[in-house]
Write a protein that binds this ligand. Sequence first.
Ligand code: NAI
Length: 440
Amino acid sequence: MKITVIGTGYVGLVQGVILSEFGHEVICMDINEEKIRNLNNGFIPIYEPGLKEIMNKNFLEGRLYFSSNIKEAVESSDVIFIAVGTPPMDDGSADLQYVLSCAKEIGKYINAYKIIVNKSTVPVGTGELVEKTIYEVLEERGLSYDIDVVSNPEFLREGKAVNDCLRPDRVVIGYENERVLETMKEIYNVLYLNKVPFFFTNRKTSEMIKYASNAFLAVKISYINEMALLAENVGANVQDIAQAMGMDGRISPKFLHSGPGYGGSCFPKDTRAIVEIGKKYGEEMSVIEAAIYANEKQKRKVTEKIEKNMGNLNGKKIAILGLSFKPETDDMRDAPSIDIIKNLIKKGSTIKTYCPKGMGEASWRLKEVNDKITYCKNEIECVKDCDGLVIVTEWNQFRGLNLKIIREKMKDNFYFDLRNIHCKSSKVRELFKYFPLGQK
Ligand code: NAI
């Protein structure tokens, strides 16, 4: 099948590559010409483990193309995926300008019946809006091709995106016309044969499933983060609490790890967006609003804890290990490290930092405070002469750090382990004034 994926970001690129791996002929289209040029030269604009190998293989075998020519991309495919960004507007609602601009472009160049599949995370009713927009442009052109707009939300996790697309927990397909079903099954034939569950529903329900899922996970993280705050005060251990809670099949142990607050390109924006959708319909999303509040509080609490234990932070040098919002990604969108660093700098500290993949993006997201930040080439250089160390993101390589050497390089020995990666180490409490989360 011939498929176009519009938007070559974290979702569109991975999706396009995997669809080509499933045997389809795929055009990954993006308006960012530099990105397309780089992709055609074999350079991937994002860090996503395992992607490069599959991309190069399918590119060389002639199933995968990169293009910035929307006309050709629309005309030559049977199915067109929309995978462009839906960033938050000032009030928190999803900005649909990129999705709607795709709809207009599709309407401008469509030349036969096509299925439009929306992968972007969009407010309920967007499928209808995309359909209407395409028909309006077609009417202006004096043409009357038929189209179907399907909702097919994406659930991949950055850092594990390749695996998640090859082996998703489920494929959700929201449709209004049964004639799309055969094609949708054909697109995901490999998954179908591999017995991945398919969930078919109507378009609006499908659109809401994505927000409902992300908001639920955000609530779960905020919940355990609050338990961690309380556990620390009462002298309990949040990891044991989470483990025992997770043994209850109704709760499950996943997403019960306390940390410095959730971040990334999805949870912060999707929680705010669903609250705004609620307002539009007169419904208060009170549980989700509480999770948003708790998440902001969590990031503040982290700085307060550092200040409470290290004393006046003015003039203190603090090492931050891990900047990306989670390990195995270079994505810095809404990463908690940004707020934590800004807060520490506001208190008068200077920062030394190291992250395996996040530093490039961090240096422009933190540009207004960059004069107070030194970006280092490894962990050892990062902690040298520092008063305190803070682990913000749990990259695997930090788990194996030689704590004795780290201590020797540091000036003072405050260690705030916001991911509890060393709390089981026998040495850590001897070497450092050690502060894990939600436990002694
Ligand atoms: P991104 O920002 O990484 O990529 C979006 C791409 O779309 C950019 O390369 C941009 O140049 C391109 N673009 C924008 N307008 C265009 C147009 N008119 N024509 C062609 N290309 C255009 O975004 P990301 O992270 O891939 O997210 C895409 C959507 O998927 C969002 O709605 C997001 O909420 C959703 N999503 C994201 C996940 C993630 O982990 N990043 C996971 C699941 C869903």
